[in-house]
Design a protein around this ligand. Structure first.
Ligand SMILES: *Cc1c(COP(=O)(O)O)cnc(C)c1O
Length: 358
C-alpha cells in the first residue's frame, strides 16, 4: 500500500488521522453495540447521544449563548443559499450581499429566485483577489450575507459591519479555525466537508429570535423553525456525517479548541506564505492584507514549468494542489486537520523547484 498522501484538497478535505481510525472502527462495530454506525437508527439512544453531544460541542467551541439552535441539515452549504432567503426574506423583500467570489455569487443567484439580492460591494473587477471595504449595508434589507473565507480565491474577511439587521455568514471554509465573536452573527452555516466533518451535511447555527418574521410559506424541509422543533430530526439525518463531526470536534476540543488551533493555523499559513513571497518562481494571488489562512492561492510565474512542479509534487506525495477551475494556478487548502509536517513538505517542494531551475 502507498503511504498516506498530503491532501491539500479544498474539500472534502483531510481529517485527523485518529478520526479516520475511529471512523473505520465504527463502520464495523459502533461502540460495542454490535451495529455499524451506518445501520444505527437515528431514533436510537446511541445516535441521539451523538447528536446532542455534537450540538453541545458546537455551542461550547463557538462560545455561543443559549439563544442559538444548532442544526445538521442535508444538502451541504449550497442548499443554505436557498434556505437563507426562504426563512429570512419577506415577500418582495431584499437581502443585502457582499460579493467576494463564486460561492457568494451562487448565494446571490438563489436569493434572486425568491426576491431581490442587493449587492452592496463586489471584488469581481479583480477576479476576487481582495475583500471590498467601505460599503454601506441598507438598513431596510431583511438581512446581510457574507462569505467569511473565499475558498477559491484565497481571501478572508477580518472585519464585519456593525448592523441592526441580521448578519448571516457562510463560514464553510473557516469555521472553527479562528477566534471571533460568533454571537455577533445571527445565522452561520457551513458545509461540513472542510472544517467540520464529511460531505452531505451542513452545520447551521441560528439565533432563534430572527425566525418567524417572513410571511412566506416554507416547505417543511426548508424551514429552520420546523427543524428546530423536530430537534434536527425532521427526516433521517446524515448519521455518519454527524458522527464524523462529533469525532472531529472532540479532537479539536482536546487541542485547546479554537484558541489552540488558531495558533497552529497562523504558524502554518505564515510558514507557507513566507516561502511563496521569498521564492522568485512563485507569487501569491490574493491581496496581502486579505490573505486566507485556510486556502493559500499562488501562481507559478513561468507556466511553462507546470509539468516539472507537478512532478515534484507527485514525488512528495502532495495531492489536491491544483487551483479551482475558475481561478487557475495553485491552491493549498490547509484546514485545521492539516499537520504542520505536510506544510513543511510543500515548502520543501517549492524550494526543490527553485533549485532545479537555478
Ligand atoms: C465548499 C463551499 C461551499 C459549497 O459547499 P457544498 O457543501 O458543496 O454545497 C459553499 N461555500 C463555501 C464558502 C465553500 O467553501
Amino acid at each position: 500500500m502507498k503511504e498516506k498522501k498530503h491532501n491539500f484538497c479544498a474539500g472534502p478535505s483531510t481529517l485527523p488521522q485518529e478520526v479516520f481510525e475511529q471512523l473505520s472502527k465504527a463502520v464495523i462495530n459502533y461502540n460495542d453495540t454490535g451495529l455499524s454506525i451506518l445501520e444505527t437508527s437515528h431514533r436510537s439512544d446511541s445516535f441521539l447521544e451523538i447528536l446532542h453531544k455534537t450540538q453541545d460541542l458546537v455551542k461550547d467551541l463557538l462560545q455561543i449563548s443559549d439563544d442559538y439552535s444548532v442544526l445538521f441539515l442535508h444538502g451541504g452549504a449550497s442548499l443554505e443559499f436557498l434556505l437563507v432567503p426562504y426563512n429570512l426574506m419577506k415577500i418582495g423583500g431584499t437581502g443585502a450581499y457582499l460579493d467576494t467570489g463564486r460561492w457568494s455569487s451562487k448565494a446571490i443567484h438563489e436569493a434572486n429566485i425568491l426576491g431581490n439580492a442587493k449587492i452592496v460591494a463586489s471584488s469581481k473587477d479583480k477576479n476576487y483577489n481582495y475583500i471590498p471595504t467601505n460599503y454601506h449595508v441598507p438598513t431596510d434589507a431583511d438581512y446581510f450575507h457574507c462569505t467569511t473565507n473565499n475558498t477559491i480565491y484565497g481571501t478572508q474577511i477580518n472585519e464585519f459591519p456593525d448592523i441592526e439587521i441580521p448578519l448571516v455568514a457562510d463560514m464553510s471554509s473557516d469555521i472553527f479555525s479562528r477566534q471571533m465573536d460568533f454571537n455577533k452573527f445571527d445565522l452561520i452555516y457551513a458545509g461540513a466537508q472542510k472544517n467540520v466533518g464529511t460531505a452531505g451535511c451542513a452545520l447551521v447555527v441560528v439565533k432563534n429570535s430572527i425566525l418567524g418574521k417572513t410571511d412566506r410559506k416554507i416547505p417543511t424541509l426548508l424551514d429552520y423553525q420546523k427543524h428546530i422543533d423536530n430537534g434536527s430530526l425532521s427526516n433521517t439525518p446524515t448519521v455518519f456525517a454527524i458522527y464524523t463531526a462529533y469525532l472531529n470536534l472532540t479532537w479539536l476540543k482536546n487541542k485547546g479548541g479554537i484558541q489552540g488551533i488558531e495558533v497552529e493555523n497562523n504558524r502554518k499559513a505564515s510558514f507557507l506564505y513566507e516561502e511563496i513571497d521569498r521564492n522568485p518562481f512563485f507569487e501569491g494571488t490574493a491581496r496581502t492584507e486579505d490573505r486566507s489562512k485556510m486556502n493559500v492561492t499562488f501562481n507559478l510565474k513561468n507556466t511553462d514549468k507546470e509539468n516539472l512542479f507537478q512532478e515534484l509534487c507527485d514525488d512528495a506525495g502532495i495531492s489536491g494542489i491544483v487551483g479551482h477551475r475558475s481561478a487557475g494556478g495553485y491552491r493549498a487548502s490547509i484546514y485545521n486537520a492539516m499537520p504542520f509536517e505536510s506544510i513543511e513538505i510543500l515548502v520543501d517542494t517549492l524550494r526543490k523547484f527553485e533549485k532545479k531551475l537555478n
